[in-house]
Design a protein around this ligand. Structure first.
Ligand code: SPV
Ligand code: MN
Length: 654
């Protein structure tokens, strides 16, 4: 359940501003004439009250309203350099930001949903009762902007006018956060009132980084108020914790899709990308993958890149599935980004022309950023998120200190990515999604690609995503459940989210059903009777798996029917591999697509056991697992625990 506008509005309660007149008085006290005039062009009362309350609560020295004009964009960058949140980099329009060494990623232990008594949240998330959250915010946020400017921006999560686009306010003391928002999101200042009117609601995000000291990090919090669609972030700087237009608002969008727009909308942790098929046709994909499992790379393999992190999906009146990227930039991991695998991103990072914010990489004495796994020559010394760095530097435990954090990132506008299809990405009608993919990091069980036989089986693939901690970790230990790769961002019980997925993909309104597929790039030699933890495939093979799905989505080829989905025929893959200039030996195919039945059964057991612990999980999930288990056991009885593709064909025909 989710009830909007329930319980006290924490921001209004602390800010104490209740009327438009009171709001105007606050603006007059804190804004110069120019910024006052900018706010004067906004008519949405609820938004003005939110802004006034944020000002009243945080008590800044002054307020800067960011309209998204070229001048305002420039001013935010200058302010950030001036304030020292960012520093210049040797390349034009590049800057660098460091987060404290102890805050290099999302602080999941200090991230909470604000709930009303009796409201349930996902078993994989933390919640805090409204009155406790109120006390906490009241202790830490009043006056957090003293001595600083409070920046206010009006954004749209998606192309303005799109059915699934949602307007949002970003209110922050951090110039770095606002600079990031300028790159990652579309401004909607000029049409904010009209968009709120059309959509019916907007999100509000309030952030104060505080003094930015390590000793304050235990007190840092990320709160998402589900009922008031408002986030509070304090005493931290990492964009995943502070730029809550991104994952904070994604969580609200998931909530709304689950409880309010059921059967009409989904909000997913997915890339969106297009692939050009035979005859020049375009087929668009939306694909889920847990953080750090190659989502950005997969997205950029497409010929028509749209987005790498989030997707808002809906069913259009003509029965097609549409998708937009709520963002217009990437906040991408730089580790292992290298010329041969990521040419588009490398061009943006290494050649003049793009605006880039680097975070938590190494910068050398010439102001050049470097990162782990770039394949480039690395400098002898420099400065990174932990201070001075030199080759051979060891930590207290005697381990080498890496050159950059493994979650070091780059923030880049999509227009700086060579294969970005800007016209398609900006179209409020979205692109038609014909393929949905789910991937994880699975060293020993699932084949590289398989297509669900029915929408129900597709939902079950999404529900069953797993990831290991690293590509080389094998076995059940260290394997984490990652339902839909969206699990960190699902506020309500997983059962509710799952139900919404079954409803959406089975909807009669959805006339052009997408194919739904499982992808896995992480099978190792060891897991298929060979030696070592090296991968059976390479990054560039992704093009083949996507290419095969493109043909499947368009009904151009047949596939092999198996208990866990449709898998490719060798000949089709061979041809696709030839297209990327690569031999594809039959014995590699045999390894990649043979069934290791005990592993598959183990996976079904693991998932079933976990989902049995939760209430109200749709029975359909267990039915699909049961069907798959019975068919797998029948194959095992006939052929033993390792079953070849030929045996699967024979076994399922007979
Ligand atoms: C992720 O971790 O999935 C990201 C970066 O995309 S963050 O903004 O931290 O969520
Ligand atoms: Mn992400």
């Amino acid at each position: 359940m989710l009830e909007l506008n329930k319980g006290i509005d924490i921001l209004a309660e602390i800010g104490g501003v209740n009327t438009l007149d009171e709001a105007k008085a606050v603006f007059e006290a804190k804004c110069d004439a120019e910024n006052l005039a900018k706010l004067g062009r906004i008519a949405t009362e609820e938004a003005l009250l939110k802004i006034a309350n944020a000002i009243a609560m945080t008590d800044p020295d002054d307020v800067f309203v960011n309209t998204g004009s070229p001048l305002d964009l420039e001013l935010v960058r200058i302010k950030s350099l001036d304030k020292g949140e960012e520093r210049p980099v040797a390349m034009r329009d590049h800057t660098l930001h460091f987060d404290l060494a102890k805050e290099q990623a999302r602080i999941v232990d200090r991230t909470f949903y604000i709930v009303n008594p009796g409201e349930e949240t996902s078993v994989l998330a933390q919640k805090i009762l409204r009155d406790k959250a109120y006390e906490y915010v009241k202790t830490h946020m009043p006056g957090i902007a003293r001595g600083k400017t409070l920046l206010v921006g009006f954004f749209s999560r998606g192309p303005v006018g799109a059915a699934a686009a949602i307007p949002a306010l970003e209110i922050t003391t951090s110039t770095y956060v606002m600079h990031s928002a300028n790159i990652l999101y579309r401004h909607v200042y000029d049409r904010f009132d009209e968009e709120v009117e059309r959509v019916g609601y907007f999100f509000t995000n309030v952030h104060g980084e505080g003094p930015n000291r390590t000793e304050d990090l235990p007190d840092a919090r990320v709160f998402m108020d589900r009922s008031w669609l408002t986030t509070f972030s304090m005493l931290c700087t990492y964009a995943g914790n502070t730029l809550l237009l991104k994952k904070g608002n994604h969580r609200f969008a998931v909530d709304l899709a689950t409880y309010y727009d059921r059967e009409d909308k989904l909000s997913e942790h997915m890339f969106v990308t297009g692939l050009t098929g035979p005859g020049g046709r375009k087929t668009y994909f939306a694909g889920a993958a847990p953080s750090g499992c190659g989502k950005t790379t997969t997205a950029m393999v497409g010929t028509d890149f749209i987005g790498d992190d989030l997707a808002q999906l809906w069913i259009a009146d003509d029965g097609t599935l549409r998708g937009i990227n709520p963002e217009q930039g990437i906040f991408g991991i730089v580790r292992d980004v290298k010329q041969e695998d990521d040419p588009y991103l490398m061009k943006a990072l290494r050649e003049e022309g793009a605006e880039v914010i680097w975070t938590n990489v190494l910068i050398d004495v010439h102001g050049v950023p470097y990162w782990e796994g770039s394949g480039e020559d690395l400098p002898e010394r420099g400065v990174n998120f932990q201070g001075g760095w030199w080759r051979g530097k060891m930590d207290e435990k005697g381990n080498p200190v890496p050159i950059s954090n493994k979650n070091a990132r780059c923030t880049v506008h999509c227009t700086s990515i060579g294969n970005y299809n800007e016209a398609a990405a900006e179209d409020p009608k979205g692109v038609e999604i014909e393929v949905i993919t789910y991937s994880g990091r699975d060293s020993d069980t699932m084949p590289p690609v398989r297509v669900a036989k029915t929408p129900d089986h597709g939902v079950v693939i999404g529900a069953s995503i797993l990831s290991a901690a690293t590509a080389t970790e094998v076995g059940v230990t260290g394997v984490r459940r990652q339902p839909w790769a969206n699990e960190p961002f699902i506020p309500g019980p997983l059962a509710d989210y799952m139900d919404a997925q079954f409803v959406f993909f089975n909807s009669d309104k959805l006339k052009n059903k997408p194919i739904m597929a499982g992808l896995n790039y992480f099978l190792t030699h060891e897991a298929r009777g060979g030696d070592g933890q090296g991968l059976l495939g390479e990054k560039r093979d992704v093009k083949v798996w996507l290419g095969w799905l493109e043909l499947m989505a368009n009904g151009d080829i047949d596939a092999i029917n198996t208990p866990i989905g449709l898998i490719p025929k060798y000949e089709d893959l061979k041809e696709l591999f030839a297209g990327i200039g690569k031999e594809y030996p039959k014995d590699l195919y045999d390894k990649q697509f043979a069934f290791y039945i005990d592993n598959i059964l183990g996976r079904i057991d693991l998932q079933e056991e976990a989902y049995r612990k939760e209430e109200n999980v749709p029975a359909r999930l267990f039915e699909v697992y049961e069907e798959q288990r019975a068919e797998m056991e029948a194959l095992k009885a006939k052929y033993g625990p390792i079953v070849s593709v030929e045996q699967v064909v024979e076994g399922t025909e007979g």
